[in-house]
Design a protein around this ligand. Structure first.
Ligand code: A1CAB
Length: 384
């Protein structure tokens, strides 16, 4: 797999240097203080939601939305569900004309299906033909398909200067994509509600991307729903456990509630309606009131009531801890797929006590002085 490609890739020593300079994981010294760095993107509207009516779609008018940026050519490597979730609204909203969109997939049937869904897009015959002249390459293949062979084919192709590679692949970190020859790289973690324009996408990019280029990417990802930019890559791994894989947890909860309804005697369709609307209504209620979920939960829970009985059993089954453990497992897997240290989570990486105390003292100089004073032997001498 590509882990070994960084070292194996036939990169000159000067391009290796460029990689290090561009890699935001390594070149963080020039970054502003942490508070400003986290979600700093007031310039990135996070509500670039696409309203889809029947098969057509229109972008909402967001006053923060920067002027529309059009690419010379957007190339899609892989034409699966996520690629099509970006491609269709991108074209239908007029952000990118179909004739300036190229697609390639090793599955010709899949590629043909994508072109039928998006009339006017160009089907490339090869990877070099796909990337030729494309200032944006959307990399939407499965992680296991990012192979040394694929990277070397991309490296040999005629990648325009300043072209950006936008990955929607889980787990693979920014620096793995340098083996493709691209220097400007975006890593995003979308989720499947993106298929109806209701996705949640978290993304980061290499430091060498200009504000204008980032705006362009934000517009493209905005086709999937809501976007959040982070400039520390670890948050993309973390978000995989919340929004990326999150829909699967919710679907499992749906299944369990529907099955219980059926068990009690509801017809399946009625049980399904009850569950869908309960989840939808609860989410909208929490969002609209802005109340903490615990308060909303308390509001449903009357003394000696039905909800209290149900909550007791959920706690008894470690409901919240099970969900948290599942999310830590997901985060660990994301780190593992990217070849990062993944021994994180409760009880996983105990920090030596001495280090905690030292850190505390380093953070509290005043305390250190008074502790040192106390430790002074003369303080313990009996007063005569
Ligand atoms: O399970 C997966 O690998 C992907 C990543 C996020 C959601 N599904």
């Amino acid at each position: 797999m590509i882990r070994s490609l960084i070292s194996k890739a036939s990169l000159s020593s000067s391009s290796r240097l460029t990689i290090r300079q561009c890699n935001p994981m390594r070149a963080s010294s020039s970054l502003p203080p942490r508070k400003e760095r986290f979600f700093p993107s007031s310039e990135y509207p996070t509500d670039t939601m696409i309203q889809r009516q029947n098969s057509s779609a229109a972008a909402t008018d967001d006053s923060n939305t920067p002027n529309t940026i059009q690419f010379e050519k957007v190339a899609f490597l892989g034409t699966g569900k996520m690629a099509q979730a970006i491609m269709s609204p991108l074209i239908q909203t007029g952000l990118q004309p179909a004739e300036k969109v190229s697609i390639f997939d090793v599955s010709v049937a899949q590629m043909k299906q994508a072109s039928e869904q998006n009339p006017g897009v160009v089907m490339a015959q090869s990877i070099p033909e796909l990337v030729d002249g494309a200032d944006l390459l959307v990399c939407a293949v499965k992680p296991q398909n990012i192979t040394e062979g694929l990277c070397s084919e991309l490296r040999k192709a005629n990648i325009p200067e300043n072209a950006t590679l936008l990955s929607v692949i889980a787990g693979l970190p920014l620096d793995m994509y340098y083996a493709t020859g691209y220097q400007k790289i975006v890593r995003s973690m979308p989720n499947t509600p993106a298929m109806i324009g209701r996705g949640m996408t978290v993304w980061c990019c290499t430091e060498n991307m200009t504000v204008n280029e980032r705006d362009g990417i934000n517009q493209v990802l905005g086709c999937l729903g809501k976007t959040i930019f982070v400039d520390e890559e670890k948050y993309v791994d973390m978000s995989t456990s919340i929004s990326g894989s999150g829909p699967a947890y919710i679907f499992m909860l749906m299944e369990a509630m529907i099955d219980a309804g059926v068990h009690m005697g509801f017809p399946r369709d009625k049980a399904t309606t009850l569950v869908y609307h309960t989840l939808l209504g609860s989410t909208l209620y929490a969002m609209e009131t802005g109340e903490h979920p615990a308060i909303l939960r308390n509001n449903v829970t009357s003394p000696s009531g039905t909800t209290a009985s149900a909550l007791y059993e959920l706690e008894n089954g470690r409901f919240r801890t099970v969900i948290k453990d599942a999310m830590w497992a997901c985060y660990r897997r994301s780190l593992e797929m990217g070849g990062h240290e993944s021994n994180v989570g409760p009880g996983r990486a105990p920090v030596p006590e001495g280090r905690v105390i030292q850190q505390f003292l380093d953070d509290h100089d005043d305390l250190k002085v008074s502790i040192q004073k106390k430790g002074d032997a003369s303080d313990h001498e009996p007063k005569m």
